[in-house]
Design a protein around this ligand. Structure first.
Ligand SMILES: Cc1cc2nc3c(=O)[nH]c(=O)nc-3n(C[C@H](O)[C@H](O)[C@H](O)COP(=O)(O)OP(=O)(O)OC[C@H]3O[C@@H](n4cnc5c(N)ncnc54)[C@H](O)[C@@H]3O)c2cc1C
Length: 542
């Protein structure tokens, strides 16, 4: 159930549905004055003004802000003329615009309260175009799903190099964050594997950018949380696609051996193609095994392994190969495994196609959907932790704060920062190796117990407080804050550049209001100059 109200108290907990207050839209703002002017725009696509509840929903399922209109663009010009029209109204109109990819944000980041949501998936102006050759690439729409890109590129024996664990996400959505998965140690995140973008800025201008052309906008948009422009097209770097995957999991009972082996593997020249890992705290229910699209016998074998109540760490690796390389890949696998110090009775190996491997979470999604466990609140917390502090972090968080059980998978794996470009808007800890730690919790509807939403949010808060108190230098990935002070602390030395770029590309703060970084009500120049240390209501941030 979605509750949509224009005026609701600060926080309502309906157990199954955690809502936050609607942003403080001033009383003089009346969207009904604005909407007739939108209707007059000459578009290839169309606006819908009713039945837009889905645009007030996301995967997190805790924030629900209803827009006044949804644009279903058929062309880039639909997007640019809509934004230009809103820009020309000036700051007084209050109208904001959120691009909505697949709506898999966690806290309303793709929503626009009483604003305009752009349904990016309807932008199918151009087919996926593949360029073969020495440096192959794909030209794709910003609203394209990664799963569709995979299917199409595989027809040419090619595929993107860097992925997310789940492929039902759009190009624009993941490039606005980073796009991190088990290939990132080798290729960097998805934002390191883009040659060119086409962007509609907050003034409605359509700009092509790359590292050689309008480079500042290019880097601003990558990891830019949708603040500087709407990605309408992206040129994605490709590589020859492997046919098959050896997919391996091994267990550790000791965190430092586990992380030492992970770091060894990501630093080796000739290593696996994919390296991740996860924490197994107590036993696993269906929600905890959503990544276990593995040999069906393995969970049974794993459950026979007597952990004696200890927390276990699972190192997950994949080796790409072609059917004609079986001998050499087996030798390589043997050599790589011989360098590791896992518990030897816990080696799990399966062989799957590349497509099955990359699409593994969708397999679990289907199972969860059947049980009604997909569209429930997901109070996720994603952190980037510097390598020098990971042992301290693990000891306190896995050993103390989460001492009873987890409410979903906890991923943990290191990546080499040398593969990441510091010019992008993405913020990471300042070390050569950082760990992605993802607490992918699901809240049980109506529960007020340990698996309930409030409890998980409290637990997330404890983790964040511990990181701050212990000065671990962690950064949130897919960040979510409620005060401007927190955003400034998040960006640290990058905050000034982030503000300057906002002023250059979206001076009226029209775009991506759901990130709650800038507020359209305040003219941006004043806003930037004054730097107020103000705390906005929890739902709105700075
Ligand atoms: C099941 C699941 C698994 C995930 N796994 C991973 C993972 O392995 N690695 C990882 O890095 N992330 C992962 N994520 C997080 C995911 O990458 C982000 O939430 C991403 O933003 C979702 O993409 P989307 O298309 O749904 O974007 P949306 O939620 O629709 O939008 C996200 C933000 O980007 C903006 N935006 C959307 N489209 C555009 C565009 N074209 N141009 C400019 N701005 C735009 C929106 O306004 C919003 O601010 C996962 C999320 C889920 C739900």
């Amino acid at each position: 159930m979605i509750l949509l109200m224009s005026c609701i108290p600060d926080r309502i907990d309906l157990s199954s549905n955690h809502l936050e207050a609607t942003p403080p839209i001033p009383s003089h703002f009346n969207s009904s004055n604005i909407l007739p002017s939108l209707k007059k725009l000459c578009l290839d696509g169309y606006f819908s003004f009713e039945n837009n509840q889905y645009a007030a929903r996301d995967f997190g399922n805790t924030h629900h802000f209803l827009p006044s209109a949804v644009l279903h663009p058929k062309s880039v010009s639909d997007i640019s003329s809509t934004i230009k029209h809103i820009f020309d109204m000036g700051p007084g109109s209050q109208l904001t615009v959120a691009a909505r990819g697949h709506g898999h944000s966690l806290q309303g980041q793709a929503q626009a309260h009483q604003g305009v949501v752009i349904n990016m998936e309807s932008l199918q102006e151009q087919e996926i175009q593949i360029y073969t050759g020495e440096q192959p690439y794909a030209d794709v729409s910003g609203g394209q799903l990664w799963i569709n890109i995979l299917h199409e590129t595989l027809r040419y024996g090619l595929a993107p190099k860097s992925w997310t664990d789940y492929l039902y996400l759009t190009v624009g959505g993941t490039l606005s964050n980073a796009g991190i998965s088990g290939q990132a140690f080798k290729h960097g995140p998805q934002i390191s594997n883009v040659y060119q973008l086409e962007v509609v800025t907050g003034k409605g201008e359509v700009v092509t950018c790359s590292e050689n052309q309008n480079a500042d906008l290019f880097y601003a948009v990558l990891g830019g949380l949708g603040q500087f422009g709407i990605i309408t097209r992206a040129r994605i770097s490709l590589e020859p696609a492997p046919k098959m995957i050896k997919w391996i999991r091994v267990l550790y009972s000791d965190f430092s051996s586990f992380s030492k082996d992970q770091e060894h593997l990501i630093s080796s020249q000739d290593s696996f193609n994919y390296i991740e890992g996860f924490v197994i705290i107590n036993r696993t229910g269906l929600l905890n095994t959503w990544r276990s699209s593995f040999d069906p016998k393995d969970p049974i074998r794993a459950s026979q392994f007597n952990s004696e109540g200890r927390t276990l760490y699972c190192l997950e690796m994949a080796l790409y190969f072609s059917p004609n390389e079986v001998d050499s890949v087996n030798k390589k696998l043997e050599r790589l495994l011989s360098e590791l110090s896992y518990i030897h009775s816990t080696l799990f190996l399966s062989e799957v196609s590349y497509l099955e491997f990359l699409n593994r979470v969708h397999f679990s999604e289907r199972k969860l959907r059947q049980k009604g466990l997909w569209e429930i609140p997901h109070p996720w917390l994603n952190l980037l932790v510097p390598k020098s502090k990971i042992n301290q972090f693990a000891e306190e968080v896995f050993g103390n704060i989460l001492n009873y059980s987890s409410n979903g998978p906890i991923l943990i794996y290191p990546v080499n920062k040398s593969k990441w470009n510091n010019k992008t808007s993405l913020v990471t800890p300042d070390e050569d190796i950082v760990y992605l730690v993802a607490f992918l919790s699901s809240a049980t509807p109506f529960s007020t117990g340990k698996d309930g939403l409030e409890n998980i949010l409290t637990q997330n808060k404890r983790i964040l407080e511990y990181c701050a108190e212990a000065r671990l230098g962690t950064k949130q990935y897919l960040p979510h804050y409620s005060t401007q002070e927190e955003w400034r602390a998040h960006f640290g030395p990058k905050w000034k550049a982030f503000q300057q770029r906002k002023l250059a590309y979206d001076p009226l703060a029209i775009l991506a209001p759901g990130q709650r970084i800038f507020q359209k009500a305040i003219p941006l120049k004043t806003h930037l100059a004054n730097q107020p240390q103000r705390k906005y209501p929890a739902s709105f941030g700075a």
